[in-house]
Design a protein around this ligand. Structure first.
Ligand code: BTN
Length: 244
């Protein structure tokens, strides 16, 4: 359940002069859950952002827990329905960090990596005809093995800096423009990958050869190219290297 609510205030985005409301908390179970509660109560709508300093039940993809102590960025952006939402938000996050001095890459569809380690992730859910784009980034701590943080890369980034840069980047570009930019920072293309789709389907291993115009991962395996719409992607190796 929500803890103390710090403030809800309109924010002016310097680039686009869009007024948004930020619902900011010291602690929440999950910013996704709070966004749903606010939408249900009629207290949030498109353009609002829910922000927490820490989460007690942060949610990741595939029903996993997102460990969320203080020192991370935990936000849910309430967005209108759009095409390729997870690719768009992933790119916005990547670009925002780049402008704050931190170079990252995206593992398809939208895990944020520094080298082989995970810096952040995105969870897109639907609620009441809108998208809830939940963004988690490790800023000054890395909570688990195989994760990293901005500070471990020598970059100090504050929650409000990152929020400001993201709000300034949520634009209306075409799918083609978004995907062009996405492909150039997608670490998955050119890697040997394993895709785990569901428990009932065998995993697929092959070479990731591209991302289609609909945001699907194209994997060459067993003599044909497979279009992957969902599931978990693991980077195994580059074609000319040994397994990592
Ligand atoms: C992933 O599994 O990679 C996605 C992680 C998404 C975590 C963020 S933190 C803010 C928002 N609230 C949540 O409960 N989850 C998302």
């Amino acid at each position: 359940m929500p803890q103390r609510r710090i403030r809800s205030c309109p924010v002016t985005d310097a680039n686009r002069s869009i007024h948004r409301s930020i619902h900011q908390y010291s602690e929440l179970d999950s910013t996704q859950n709070e966004a749903r509660r606010l939408l249900k109560a009629g207290r949030a709508t498109e353009g609002h952002v829910v922000l927490a300093e820490r989460q007690t039940a942060g949610r990741g993809r595939f029903g996993r827990l997102w460990v969320s102590p203080k020192g991370g960025f935990y936000a849910t952006f309430v967005l209108p329905k759009m095409t390729i939402p997870s690719i768009r938000v992933g790119l916005v996050l990547h670009d925002a960090l780049e402008r704050l001095g931190l170079t990252t890459q995206l593992k398809w569809p939208n895990d944020l990596l520094v080298g082989e380690k995970k810096l952040g992730g995105i969870l897109v859910e639907e609620a009441r005809g809108l998208f809830l784009a939940g963004v988690g980034v490790n800023l000054s701590m890395a909570p688990l093995p195989m994760t990293t943080s901005a500070s471990q890369s020598g970059t100090s980034i504050s929650v409000l800096d990152l929020l400001g840069k993201m709000l300034g980047s949520l634009t209306q570009e075409s799918d083609e423009e978004v995907l062009g930019a996405y492909r150039s920072c997608c670490a998955t293309i050119g890697r040997i990958v394993r895709i785990e789709r569901s428990l009932s389907e065998p995993a697929l291993e092959g070479l990731a050869v591209g991302v289609s115009g609909k945001g699907l991962l194209m994997v060459e395996a067993e003599g044909s190219v497979h279009s992957i719409a969902g599931g978990e992607c693991f980077h195994l190796r580059t074609p000319d290297s040994k397994d990592r």
